[in-house]
Design a protein around this ligand. Structure first.
Ligand SMILES: N[C@@H](CCC(=O)N[C@@H](CS)C(=O)NCC(=O)O)C(=O)O
Length: 398
């Protein structure tokens, strides 16, 4: 039976843009739970957009934007998008937290996005966070480096934002937003080698950064490995954890499908991983009703877990270690604000490549939540997972 509270019958609002992977993820989550929604500002009227933008900014200023089941004021940070509002009054964020909330609120017979079975539940959380935190670095890189000369991000976002800003501002968004995102590449892990050139205007050439090892090879290599792993999996079964959609699919879909509006990246994706490409397009276009079905752990998932355990988990571990060290020395500034001031930086290694990054407090939270879930697993379940997860010792250490 469907929930018939007024909240679920009102059209909810998603605040975000097509170019955002987290928006794409959140929308797939809402569609799974059959919650009708409207995307603002793209589908809103000018007055509606202004009204919601004003309320959202006020809620952010007053720290009233909620994260389910509770926010960690020391580690969490509001993103720029996406936000969810069930009623146009209260605002919520974090795609994974919203998925949990919709699972908990649902009184339909729709299976939850987070699997109940402990092993699958843990893997779903691991895969979800891996795509959110490390997948984002790969796809941001593929947009601004891999598709430097043809990404349509500026056009898409300017069009959506033109329903909120005055006509004089939209062309500025189209030009300046891509430049801003290119400048932010090193914050999002993508550092060009010194003297790097690209056939684009100077402000869109992906930057190097003094004292930072280049990471282009690492990110291309990672993206290829993730794509190959997804392809291997999707050639053998319909979804990552079996025959139906779960949070793991929502997250993989959100990140990987971001590049569908980046022609060069989309072309490579289609050539290298045709099944994955078709899967992303199908979720985006909702051509077929989402089938129900069982979740299971198959052999086909091994390559995906392997690359996650070689990239995402060691990154989270290195970030946490750097945070503990920095805190002990009295550092209090982290995340992008610290990066911009050359503070809270640390050096690490992934897939044999050196990198330098800023300490991210929200990744400390992600890692701690994951380790907590690991420790809550019944011993027999954890043991069974140890067989499947190369590098699981990282969870045991915390
Ligand atoms: N944990 C959030 C992450 C959202 C997120 O990182 N959004 C990006 C934009 S796609 C962001 O706001 N980045 C910071 C910025 O652009 O300033 C979620 O899952 O919804």
């Amino acid at each position: 039976m469907r929930n018939s509270t007024p909240e679920s019958s009102t059209k909810a609002i998603v605040w975000g843009v097509e170019a955002s992977p987290f928006l794409l993820k959140l929308e797939s989550i809402l569609r799974y739970h059959e919650r009708p929604f409207k995307r603002l500002p793209g589908q809103g009227s000018w007055t509606e957009n202004l009204r919601i933008a004003f309320r959202l900014e006020k809620a952010k200023r007053q720290r009233r934007v909620e994260r389910y089941p509770k926010i960690d004021p020391d580690l969490d940070e509001y993103p720029s998008v996406p936000f969810f509002s069930p009623d146009g009054q209260s605002f919520h964020y974090d795609s994974s937290a919203l998925a949990r909330r919709l699972d908990d609120e649902s009184n339909s017979d729709q299976a939850p996005l987070f699997p109940v079975e402990p092993r699958l539940g843990f893997l779903a959380q691991l895969i979800d966070e891996a795509f959110d935190e490390y997948g984002l670095y790969m796809v941001h890189h593929l947009r601004w480096v891999g598709s430097a000369s043809d990404t349509a991000m500026g056009e898409y976002t300017a069009k959506e934002m033109s329903r909120l800003v005055t006509p004089a501002i939209a062309p500025l968004i189209r030009t300046n937003l891509p430049r801003r995102q290119v400048r932010r590449c090193p914050y999002l892990f993508s550092v060009a080698p010194k003297g790097y050139r690209a056939p684009v205007e100077a402000a869109r050439v992906p930057p190097s950064r003094t004292g930072f090892p280049p990471t282009h090879d690492l990110l291309f290599e990672s993206w290829h490995a993730y794509l190959d792993a997804m392809e291997h999996l999707l050639e053998r079964q319909p979804y990552i954890l079996g025959d139906r959609f779960s949070i793991a699919d929502a997250s993989a879909y959100g990140q990987l499908s971001m590049n569908l509006i980046d022609p060069s990246a989309a072309r490579t994706l289609r050539q290298r991983a045709p099944q994955t490409y078709a899967w992303l397009v199908e979720i985006r276009d909702r051509k077929t009703p989402r089938p129900g079905g069982a979740l299971y752990l198959s052999q086909a998932i091994a390559p995906l877990l392997s690359i996650i355990m070689q990239t995402f988990t060691p990154l989270m571990k290195q970030n946490e270690a750097a945070w503990i060290e920095a805190i002990s020395q009295g550092e209090q500034l982290f995340n992008e604000a610290a990066f911009d001031q050359n503070r809270s930086l640390y050096t690490g290694q992934l897939l044999g490549h050196p990198f330098r990054s800023v300490i991210k407090t929200f990744q400390v939270r992600v890692w701690r939540d994951l380790c907590e879930s690991w420790h809550q697993l019944p011993e027999a379940e954890a043991n069974a997972l140890r067989e499947t997860l190369p590098g699981h010792a990282l969870f045991d250490q915390d």
